[in-house]
Design a protein. Structure first.
Length: 256
């Protein structure tokens, strides 16, 4: 029995590496070892979770002039039971859209609670195909956690409505670089699912959304997008390594 464990373990490590290592060339290292070269992949090593290729950019275009698939308007939560008040910029957009924003607030009883959202499809003559109101929660209690909740909601709305181009207005009071970076971080992490343990990672359910670009409209702090990307990439690498050995291998590579 002992003479069989070694080959089985080696076979499992090689098969596992070939399954997860395509994106980083790890499978090539294993194959190279078969030609007499040193095996550079150690048991227990995983490839990091692939970071989304969605481009995130800043833009000075006003919300009322932006064109694309999905325009997102952020709202702080209304105090107590009071109604939301549209900012001058949002009021200008509302007027241009014949009251769609104010109607959406009223019809959906939208209060701006953290993670809440309301979406409406616009007429063909509108520059944007859809408009979404996204709640940010209480402004006086907002911190990194609130920023990440907002970023996650942005990603969810984009995925739910299969947008290719999304514009998100930078809310008033969000000029801080670290806070904006936390939003970007959450967006990127949410758009970078871990598919390594899916039985069918290439199925439609596991395919990435068609989203290609996200434009942040308004005052974007210098370095905020880059900082958010860097933090997200590091988090995904750490998450990938933390999961090593803690989850079962896909059925196609499981040992008998």
């Amino acid at each position: 029995m002992k003479t069989r464990v070694g080959p089985l373990l080696a076979s499992f490590v090689c098969t596992r590496a070939l399954h997860i290592g395509g994106g980083l060339g790890l499978g090539h290292n294993v194959l190279s070892a078969g030609r007499g070269r040193p095996l550079s992949l150690l048991a227990g090593t995983e490839s990091p979770i692939a970071v989304t290729k969605v481009a995130i950019e800043s833009s000075s275009v006003a919300a009322s002039e932006w064109s694309g698939d999905l325009l997102v308007l952020p709202f702080w939560e209304a105090a107590n039971s009071s109604e939301l008040v549209l900012s001058p910029d949002f009021k200008a957009l509302d007027d241009k859209l014949d009251g769609v924003v104010s109607d959406l607030v009223s019809d959906e009883e939208f209060k701006g609670a953290a993670g809440s959202k309301a979406v409406a499809t616009l007429t063909r003559s509108a520059a944007s195909r859809r408009i979404a109101l996204v709640g940010m929660g209480k402004e006086d209690k907002w911190a990194a956690t609130g920023a990440r909740t907002f970023g996650t909601t942005l990603a969810t709305v984009a995925k739910d409505h299969k947008a290719k181009a999304m514009g998100a207005v930078v809310a008033a009071g969000l000029a801080n670089q670290s806070t904006q970076a936390a939003v970007v971080e959450a967006v990127i992490v949410s758009l970078s699912p871990d598919k390594r343990y899916k039985s069918d990672p290439d199925s439609d359910d596991n395919k990435p959304p068609p989203l290609q670009t996200i434009e942040l409209l308004g005052d974007v702090a210098d370095g905020a997008i880059e900082r958010g990307r860097t933090i997200a990439a590091g988090l995904l690498v750490t998450r990938g390594r933390a999961h090593t050995g803690s989850e079962p291998a896909p059925p196609s590579t499981s040992m008998p």
